[in-house]
Design a binder for this molecule. Structure first.
Ligand SMILES: [Zn+2]
Length: 154
């Protein structure tokens, strides 16, 4: 499925319409996700679900969006949500979701008042695509070191 361009309107003059391998960095690059692998995983026919409009807005607000690129993406193509685990300074672990692919499609839907659909990675898949940053087990191990300096910058 990756490499298909029939649903997009890539613009040769736009540096963001790139086709190379893709990763997504999150939280000051503490986390890095393999977006290409994620796209392979979700190409199994799983059904997209509509992302809550508040989550769409949050995903767009917390990412750098290139306004000129928003018109080049196909908003009907679903984004990808991965699960992540974050060690908190108080010794607990936050378990959350983050959009790792499709931020410009999300921005397009937000702008044009369209529903935005995403496909979800389960826990095991989310750990498989994690290139950098604590996985579930590591997050609990790091969080367990209460009283020591947290090695993950927050
Ligand atoms: Zn573009």
């Amino acid at each position: 499925m990756s490499g298909s361009t029939k649903k997009t309107r890539r613009n040769p003059d736009c540096p963001h319409c790139r086709t190379g391998s893709e990763t997504f960095r999150y939280s000051k690059s503490v986390y890095k996700f393999d977006v290409d692998l994620a796209r392979e995983i979700v190409a199994d026919g799983r059904l997209p679900v509509e992302l809550d409009p508040e989550d769409v807005k949050y995903s767009v607000d917390t990412t750098h969006i290139y306004p000129e690129h928003v018109d080049h993406v196909d908003p009907s193509f679903p984004g990808i949500i991965a699960q992540m685990w974050y060690p908190e300074p108080d010794g607990t672990v936050s378990h959350g979701n983050t959009l790792i692919d499709g931020h410009h499609r999300a921005a397009r839907c937000l702008r044009d008042n369209l529903p935005y659909f995403v496909v979800l990675l389960n826990e095991e898949e989310s750990q498989r695509i994690l290139l950098k940053g604590p996985n579930r087990e590591e997050a609990f191990r790091i969080a367990g070191r209460v009283g020591q300096a947290c090695p993950v910058p927050v």
